[in-house]
Ligand binder design. Structure first.
Ligand SMILES: Cc1ncc(COP(=O)(O)O)c(C=O)c1O
Length: 382
């Protein structure tokens, strides 16, 4: 038989999905894969019921249904602080996952370099492989997850085509400060580099931290490709609706890439999600309050048990330091924990480019009873 593609040969099974399978095998509480176990807002699911009968059920406009783009442009203009033209500055995609891939394919050629902060969300490695880009990793060093400005500038000196910015960041929970974003943007302008953002946690940020869109910094709108999605903001990770917002000359290209990749996001789901995009500001405040509650509950439990962790500033993950349990193999630790303690986490090494095995990642987008049950089980660690 002919050989399968060289470019896909390096792909390994996703560690996160592997941990989910292990969690299922042992009946462990699954705090590995990041999705909520509570319902989406009922307004959205009520509307979905109507849409099932009314339609639309056929292909939408490939770059997104018009009423969806209009509502999204209005909502994002409010939060991003600038007018957004729904015709020329938006492409609706199948999740932020496709948004990132489309963004990469729109600006990166095989052989180009791309800066990726480490630890990073695993898809960025795959995006680089599929586009033929070579990642230049810049460490975000725990426990503060600050980056070294000289190391970042050295990476820019290699003339990368783009920098990938996950903000708020998975898995570290870092929310980049204005000063950090300003430094990154000055380098992006100086070295003529695109910034591709992944801002799926834009509305999950804990006091006193604030999410700042790097596209809003001086000179950045033209070179920023802002990717995000409805997955986390409306607790609908299975609906697969995301989007790219960027300057018209970038969107024109992204529309074509997206059309050939997927044709479009699901028409009935876009229609039903419009009600979510029209929610008032109170919705986003309540979302933050809810996540703050879940964070405080879970982190309070970890503290009570005496586990060490790094406090997240945004997103819904916490990295717990397991060095006190012996060093070396966080994957084996997670497998052992799923089987013997009954809670599944993700080995931190799957996010770090550096040789760091001291962390495991839990996510806490769960009902109180799930988090309380997990805490009770984790007590056995001590
Ligand atoms: C940083 C980050 N980006 C993207 C995604 C996936 O987003 P979507 O469901 O919109 O494809 C996730 C999911 O966990 C994530 O953590």
């Amino acid at each position: 038989m002919p050989a399968l593609s060289e470019r896909s040969s390096g792909f390994t099974d996703s560690v996160i999905r592997r941990m989910t399978r292990i969690a299922n095998k042992y009946g462990a509480i699954n705090l590995s894969q990041g999705f909520p176990d509570f319902d989406p807002p009922h307004e959205i699911t009520d509307r979905l019921r109507e849409v099932a009968l009314e339609g639309p059920h056929q292909y939408p406009i490939t770059w997104g249904a018009k009423n969806f783009r209009d509502a999204l442009a209005k909502k994002q203009a409010h939060f991003m602080g600038r007018e957004i033209d729904p015709e020329t500055e938006i492409v609706v995609t199948c999740g932020s996952t496709e948004a990132m891939m489309t963004a990469m394919m729109s600006v990166v050629d095989p052989g180009d370099k791309v800066i990726v902060f480490s630890p990073f969300y695993e898809n960025y490695g795959a995006d680089a492989i599929l586009t033929g880009a070579t990642p230049i990793y810049v460490p975000l060093t725990p426990p503060s997850f600050d980056f070294d400005r000289d190391i970042l500038e050295a990476a820019f000196k290699q003339h990368p085509k783009a920098l990938i910015l996950c903000n708020p960041s998975n898995p570290s929970g870092k929310v980049f400060t204005y000063d950090e974003l300003k430094f990154i943007s000055e380098l992006a302008i100086k070295y003529d580099t695109f910034v591709i953002t992944d801002e799926v946690y834009e509305h999950i940020v804990y006091e006193p931290y604030k999410h700042i869109y790097i596209s809003s910094l001086p000179g950045m709108y033209e070179r920023t490709i802002s990717c995000s999605s409805l997955s986390k903001t409306y607790s609908i990770t299975g609906w697969r609706i995301g989007y790219i917002i960027a300057a018209p000359y970038i969107i024109e290209r992204a529309k074509k890439v997206h059309d050939f990749l997927t044709v479009g996001a699901a028409a009935p789901l876009m229609e039903a999600a419009v009600v979510g995009l029209e929610f008032p500001d109170t919705y986003y405040k309540e979302l933050t309050d809810h996540y703050t509650h879940m964070k405080d509950l879970f982190l309070g439990g970890l503290r009570d048990i005496g586990l060490k962790y790094t406090e997240p500033q945004g997103a819904y993950y916490v990295l717990v330091d397991i060095s006190e349990f012996g060093r070396g193999d966080d994957l084996a630790f997670c497998e052992w924990m799923a089987e013997h303690i009954g809670v599944a986490a993700v080995p931190g090494s799957s996010f770090f480019r550096e040789d760091i095995n001291d962390y495991i990642r839990f996510h806490f987008a769960k009902k109180d009873e799930t988090l309380n049950a997990a805490i009770e089980r984790l007590r056995k660690l001590k």
